[in-house]
Ligand binder design. Structure first.
Ligand SMILES: Nc1nc2c(c(=O)[nH]1)N[C@H]1C(S)=C(S)[C@@H](COP(=O)(O)OP(=O)(O)OC[C@H]3O[C@@H](n4cnc5c(=O)[nH]c(N)nc54)[C@H](O)[C@@H]3O)O[C@H]1N2
Ligand SMILES: Nc1nc2c(c(=O)[nH]1)N[C@H]1C(S)=C(S)[C@@H](COP(=O)(O)OP(=O)(O)OC[C@H]3O[C@@H](n4cnc5c(=O)[nH]c(N)nc54)[C@H](O)[C@@H]3O)O[C@H]1N2
Ligand SMILES: [Mo]
Length: 766
């Protein structure tokens, strides 16, 4: 069946619910990944691609940003990495004939799952103002259209240049250079919705917005706290690292409203015993916290550490930190009762955690979206830093902060300057290297870009990857905003919702994925990426491109820049397009840590970027020290009869890309419109298991938003908390509901009520 997309929209959302599982990976996972890969790629291609994933001479997995160790397995991929590869290396193709058969109105009625299943985009396509269907267009004409619209703007700040997180370092560097030569810092990216809160909190407290641990540190840790993260689904290779850490004596505390299978027990598919046996129990202590209770938890722990004789590393605190007294005064006064209310934990749980903490010299805290997508996410992560600083757990082996990134090169894109608020030093370096005056005014992040589009202040929207309208909050508002644009452009590998909710004119520009050969004027190129732990390495695709017309992301930027900037630009765009070494040479002179880039990246496995706190306990903050911070404890207040909803990922999706309709570990099959509710909450609300309800979010300004027809699943989540999948629930997240400081949508704390409804046959769409 390889090569043929499904002909009609098969999505019938009819969830079936079984018991959740208590272990992740192992044999079933291997079977699932191979089946999925073969359906998309056929047997031969499956073998060819999967053996090159994450190998030193291969390509970087387009899935998550978890690092590879130095010793690689022959199969260095996980079930979900295999799905990500299959999704990209599929033999299915979207052709001009497809667009002729499916006018935009038809495509707009299809599910995101169906759109993605149609296969790889192969030709530049153009939707003329007022036209019903996309038509093929030449690259030249496509660039002319973009240039025409960009030149017609009243100011460069009326254009928005979005980036998702798969773009290579080379393409990202070129892209931000183009945007800034054009004259704007409007470079929002998926990070704005993802780890922005981590970046904000870490930059302020330790001076570097990135994690401070390497894989080896996990192996040397005595205690690893995994808070607000579901690695069994979203970073499966992390489970191997946790398994190894445990074998070395580490203990693990999991902080999560949900008991996630991967963290309970792991059956390593790379060892024979993992395949067959019972696997390794990972979590030693499970703290089933309420959504948004983490700041209160860490504050309570900090209070107890401060109250324990000899528990504070006084030497470290006095030599390396600033602000201890103010923080300590506040933490000592923390309210015990409030901590229990906010977390929903028993004092005994917190005491058990404290004992493990006091027993451990070296502690790592890992986290992901469970900590970053709340109103008070930045103070929460700052409190995690306070916790680590108290016992000297930053800047020594086996200890530190470990924000686990999402997209495979999201961290690298930031390092390359994809940021709406660039550091002045970065702009100075660009100016010195390229001889133009970059704009200094801060640009728009994701939420502000949506507002600007909504209000007619931005008119051209250009996306380097991603699926902006489906990934962003407040779907109806975002879609209406996008429709006001004069031109929307998407550089994409696969069809998605953002291609069918467009401005007056729209372009789809098909591009190469990670798995594909990238041949330019001077021969075959490789690109580079940076993982979640600051390791930079080469990535080289081997497959024939999905079609002869595809251009690499770098080539698209270079040609666009030549067309838009013309003679006004002194940048050698044509040379850059032909030889990525020239781009890396420029990066080596602009971005700190990339000196001798070409030589260092030639080393198999690449190199590690410097990180001052990790490397020598120096903290490039305003005070020159690691900053303790004091902030009032916050946690979400939920009115009577309401629940707090988190919007999260199933096991069968990559963000807005839906691989299938199963969430195996949570026992859900064949459907996505489900809401997980604690059995007692469901009983209190009069919602029998298997009944249906509309989810209605209630926002501070009195407005309401509705996501209709969700099957209620009684599930062992924390009391008062509910969970449902994103992107279906993005419609419930108000545009103005964002985290303080980082402006990240609060996708993990949405106050909702459930309105029972009768649904016949379960036909709601994904
Ligand atoms: N297969 C696959 N891999 C992926 C992705 C994917 O969609 N599919 N997405 C990638 C991206 S971009 C990202 S950012 C990462 C996301 O990786 P995760 O952050 O693991 O993704 P989520 O599904 O959002 O899961 C959030 C987890 O935090 C918990 N949680 C929610 N709220 C709270 C809270 O208030 N406190 C605590 N302590 N826990 C909480 C949830 O129960 C859940 O276990 O994964 C990346 N990898
Ligand atoms: N409610 C809610 N909303 C959320 C979240 C949540 O937890 N809850 N999570 C947020 C997070 S963490 C993130 S990171 C964002 C994700 O936001 P995005 O990064 O914008 O979304 P994705 O779904 O990852 O983008 C998928 C699309 O990327 C394109 N693509 C894939 N590979 C490539 C490539 O190599 N090159 C190019 N040019 N295009 C490619 C394909 O066309 C595909 O359809 O969503 C955020 N939104
Ligand atoms: Mo993300």
């Amino acid at each position: 069946m390889a090569g043929k997309p499904p002909a009609s929209d098969p999505v019938q959302d009819a969830p079936e619910v079984g018991p959740p599982q208590h272990a992740a990976a192992g044999l079933p996972a291997v079977g699932h990944s191979l089946r999925m890969a073969q359906q998309q790629m056929g047997v031969r291609r499956t073998a060819l691609t999967l053996l090159k994933v994450n190998q030193k001479d291969g390509f970087d997995c387009p899935g998550c940003a978890w690092p590879e160790g130095d010793k690689r397995h022959a199969a260095e991929f996980c079930e979900n990495g295999a799905k990500a590869v299959a999704e990209e290396a599929t033999l299915r193709r979207v052709t001009p004939a497809f667009f002729a058969d499916h006018p935009v109105a038809d495509l707009a009625g299809r599910s995101g799952y169906w759109l993605g299943q149609q296969g790889r985009l192969t030709r530049p396509m153009y939707l003329e103002d007022g036209a019903e269907s996309y038509e093929p267009v030449s690259w030249e004409r496509a660039f002319d259209i973009i240039a025409e619209e960009l030149r017609a703007l009243g100011s460069p700040d009326e254009a928005v240049f979005y980036t998702s997180g798969r773009t290579s370092n080379e393409a990202a560097f070129l892209y931000q250079l183009f945007a800034r030569e054009f004259g704007t810092n409007n470079l929002p990216d998926c990070s704005n919705m993802c780890h922005e809160s981590s970046g904000s909190a870490l930059t302020e407290t330790i001076g570097v917005g990135k994690g401070s641990v390497l894989l080896e540190d996990l192996y040397e840790a005595d205690l690893i706290i995994v808070a607000g993260q579901n690695p069994g689904t979203n970073h499966p290779r992390m489970l191997s690292a946790l398994e190894k850490a445990k074998a070395g004596g580490a203990r693990i505390i999991t902080v999560n409203p949900l008991p996630e299978a991967g963290l309970e027990r792991f059956k390593n598919p790379q060892h024979a015993r993992g395949l067959a046996g019972g696997g390794t129990a990972l979590t030693d202590l499970f703290l089933q916290i309420r959504l948004g209770g983490d700041q209160a938890l860490f504050r309570a722990l900090n209070r107890l550490i401060l109250a324990t004789e000899g528990a504070v590393d006084k030497e470290f605190v006095s030599e390396y930190t600033h602000g201890f007294e103010e923080f300590a005064t506040q933490a000592r006064a923390a309210d015990e009762e409030e901590a229990l209310r906010a977390t929903g934990l028993a004092q005994a749980d917190i005491d058990a955690a404290l004992r493990m903490i006091l027993d451990s010299r070296r502690i790592v805290v890992c986290w992901a979206m469970g900590l970053t997508q709340h109103k008070h996410s930045v103070p929460t992560i700052r409190e995690v830093v306070n916790f680590l600083l108290l016992r000297g757990n930053i800047g020594r082996p086996g200890a530190g902060v470990c924000p686990v990134r999402g997209h495979s090169n999201v961290q690298g894109d930031r390092t390359m300057g994809i940021f709406e608020r660039p550091a002045p030093e970065f702009l100075d370096a660009l100016e010195a290297e390229f001889g133009f005056a970059p704009p200094r005014k801060h640009g728009l992040d994701v939420v502000r870009a949506i507002r600007a589009l909504r209000d007619g202040d931005a008119k051209v929207f250009f996306a380097m990857g991603g699926n902006f309208v489906a990934a962003s909050p407040d779907t109806e508002v975002t879609e209406a905003a996008m429709r006001r644009a004069r031109l929307t452009v998407h550089v994409s590998t696969k069809l998605n919702r953002s291609h069918v909710v467009t401005g007056a004119r729209a372009l789809i520009l098909p591009t190469l994925g990670r798995t594909e050969r990238d041949a330019q004027a001077t021969g075959e190129q490789f690109v580079t990426v940076e993982d979640s732990m600051g390791m930079v390495h080469a990535s080289r695709g081997r497959l024939e491109p999905a079609g002869p017309q595809l251009l690499s992301e770098s080539a698209i930027v270079c040609r666009l820049a030549r067309r838009v900037l013309g003679d006004a630009s002194r940048t050698p765009w044509e040379e850059f397009e032909g030889d990525y070494r020239l781009v890396r040479d420029r990066i080596s002179r602009v971005v700190p840590g990339f000196e001798d880039f070409e030589t260092k990246v030639a080393r198999p496995g690449g190199f590690t970027l410097p990180h001052a706190p990790r490397d020598d306990r120096s903290f490039p903050t305003a005070t020159g020290k690691a900053n303790f911070t004091a902030a009032a404890v916050e946690y979400p207040r939920v009115p009577e009869g309401r629940l707090l909803l988190q919007t999260l990922r199933s096991h069968d999706q990559y963000n807005t890309t839906i691989y299938g309709l199963d969430d195996r570990y949570r026992g859900i099959k064949n459907g996505r419109r489900v809401v997980l509710v604690h059995p007692e909450d469901a009983a209190d609300l009069g919602l029998p298991d298997g009944s249906y309800a509309d989810l209605v979010s209630e926002w501070a300004d009195g407005s309401e938003r509705r996501a209709p027809g969700f099957r209620v699943v009684r599930y062992p989540t924390a009391r008062g908390c509910a969970a449902a999948y994103y992107p279906e629930t993005n419609v419930l997240v108000p545009l103005d509901a964002t985290a303080d400081t980082s402006n990240t949508p609060t996708s993990k704390s949405v106050v909702i009520r459930l309105e029972p409804v009768t649904v016949t046959g379960g036909t709601a769409r994904t």
